[in-house]
Write a protein that binds this ligand. Structure first.
Ligand SMILES: Cc1cc2nc3c(=O)[nH]c(=O)nc-3n(C[C@H](O)[C@H](O)[C@H](O)COP(=O)(O)OP(=O)(O)OC[C@H]3O[C@@H](n4cnc5c(N)ncnc54)[C@H](O)[C@@H]3O)c2cc1C
Length: 480
């Protein structure tokens, strides 16, 4: 009798059992499955590439720990277990493969630079013992094989991309959640779950002002989907609420779960389809899918443009001579002390929670790059560090866009921060939520603190330059 085929299933940003292609293929081709997650020490304890920020700050670290724990429990419920380690995946997986004499390692392929290096190094080592990696795909709504163009010819303009895929491609069904996960018979030390303290972080204080209390894992992701669609019908109003800034349901908040693969975009797509049949079909329900297309678009741009998305000149290769690595300006921005309330409120939100709305992200990014003329890579690295939903392709792609160095031929977009603040926070509720020192300022003045007289400052209890900073730029330029 031939010996059973043992396979390792390496989880990365695909922390789920449903619609998991690598899992499905591992189960098809293996007789015994060893599921593994490795907290890569370079990712959890290292620094960002150029500006030395923590590579994974505490919010995302905590979220991932929760997601891995949830995955472990799902395997335990099926009589298996998730092996957890901290270290370098290419070393640990190689040792496991050698020790347990496995046949292959299955994983969903990653497509950005650092992730590719790890998988390539592992693959070369595996060849030396006659094993190999079997790759699947697990990130996108679309399969690259189904696209009506090769990846290298992906249209650079989002609208062109969207129109082509919507016209020609059907979204494949989500793969089912397996009941039997073919537990391994080897007695493998399962490994203790780390805590954020192991990665050098202080504990996270409960933040009552947060839009939402995120919890990592497939279970919480599916609950959020249920909540946003079936329990609240919030999805049927998404188009009208998506630019709001306060509260749990103005947007889906799917992003952290999508980034870690706790939920598959295909599952979301088909659930929205089902909702459209059973409840309502309108512009809002379509728009959630529209936004998911942006996510695919940036992933394809990352594949097409490779390393250039991380470089100062971006895919276009154009460096604005005004961009400086100005640490002082960068720190003022990062700490939310610019004296521009709409910017500061957003920056304090992200620092306190790891999350910021899309409207906020566009404004703070534009302000850093177009008003302060700071090198956009500093902003992108800060987001990489702090965001709970950090995704390499979406983050760097969006920053490329804001900096005007993506391949998108549209004119450089500039955000007039004052108009944006008045339009999206007309009552000043958002800025007061995150900047309580501005609480007594009337709504019509809260976005124009630079126009307050000394008398007004004392009657509102805010002395500019003391309780709240003076604006670091001339806000009058936005009022013209
Ligand atoms: C400078 C900048 C950096 C960003 N960095 C990230 C990042 O690291 N990770 C990330 O997931 N998103 C990023 N975004 C995109 C967007 O801001 C977030 O996806 C969104 O705010 C998450 O909230 P939500 O899930 O409620 O989004 P919703 O508005 O409910 O949208 C639904 C989903 O569509 C996708 N989506 C929506 N807008 C975009 C977009 N512009 N680009 C790519 N996908 C999108 C997301 O997966 C999102 O979860 C960035 C945007 C900017 C301007």
């Amino acid at each position: 009798m031939s010996r059973p085929k043992k396979v390792i299933l390496w989880f990365r940003q695909d922390l789920r059992l449903h619609d998991n292609e690598a899992l499905t293929q591992a189960l098809e081709q293996g007789d015994e499955l060893i599921p593994v997650y490795i907290f890569d020490e370079r990712v959890f304890m290292g620094k960002t590439r150029d500006f030395g920020l923590p590579k994974t700050d505490k919010f995302r670290a905590q979220f991932i720990i929760e997601a891995v724990q949830d995955l472990r429990e799902s395997f335990q419920q099926r009589g298996s277990n998730l092996i957890v380690r901290v270290g370098k995946p290419e070393e640990i997986l190689f040792e496991l493969a050698q020790k347990y004499n496995t046949s292959w390692i299955f994983c969903n392929r990653e497509r950005t630079d650092e992730e590719e290096k790890v998988q390539d190094t592992l693959e070369e080592r595996l060849w030396s013992i006659g094993q190999e990696i079997r790759y699947s795909r697990g990130k996108m709504l679309y399969y690259t094989a189904d696209l009506p163009f090769p990846v290298t010819h992906t249209p650079d303009v989002f609208t062109h991309f969207r129109k082509e895929v919507e016209k020609y491609v059907r979204i494949r069904p989500a793969l089912p959640t397996p009941g039997d996960v073919k537990p391994s018979k080897d007695n493998i030390e399962i490994g203790e779950m780390p805590t954020i303290a192991d990665f050098g972080h202080e504990s996270i204080d409960f933040e009552p002002r947060a839009a939402i209390q995120f919890k990592g894992g497939e279970t919480a992701a599916i609950q959020r989907l249920e909540h946003y669609l079936w329990e609240t019908d919030a999805v049927a109003d998404y188009f009208n609420t998506r630019n709001e800034l306060l509260g749990e349901d103005y947007s889906t908040k799917f992003s952290p779960w999508l980034a870690q693969g706790c939920i598959s975009p295909k599952l979301i797509y088909h659930e929205v389809e089902r909702y459209q049949i059973k409840r309502t079909k309108n512009k809002s329900t379509y728009w959630v899918i529209f936004e998911l297309l942006w996510r695919d678009f940036f992933r394809l741009m990352a594949k097409k443009n490779g390393k250039t998305i991380f470089q100062k000149g971006g895919p276009k290769g154009e460096i604005d001579p005004k961009w400086r690595n100005d640490v002082r300006l960068f720190n003022i921005w990062k700490e939310g002390k610019t004296g521009v309330p709409f910017i500061d409120a957003n920056m304090r939100e992200i620092a306190a929670t790891g999350f910021m709305s899309n409207r906020g992200r566009q404004n703070v990014a534009s302000f850093l790059v177009k008003d302060l003329h700071v090198n956009w890579q500093m902003g992108a690295e800060y987001f990489e560090s702090i965001l709970i939903d950090y995704d390499p392709a979406s983050n760097w792609g969006n920053w490329n866009y804001v900096a005007g160095i993506g391949n998108d031929p549209r004119e450089n977009r500039y955000f007039n921060i004052l108009s944006q603040a008045k339009r999206y926070d007309g009552q000043g509720e958002y800025v007061k939520h995150w900047l309580p020192e501005l609480e007594n300022i009337p709504r019509e003045k809260v976005h124009r603190l630079d126009t307050l007289s000394f008398d007004e400052q004392s009657s509102f209890g805010v002395k500019l330059g003391a309780q709240y900073p003076k604006s670091m730029i001339n806000m009058g330029k936005w009022a013209k």
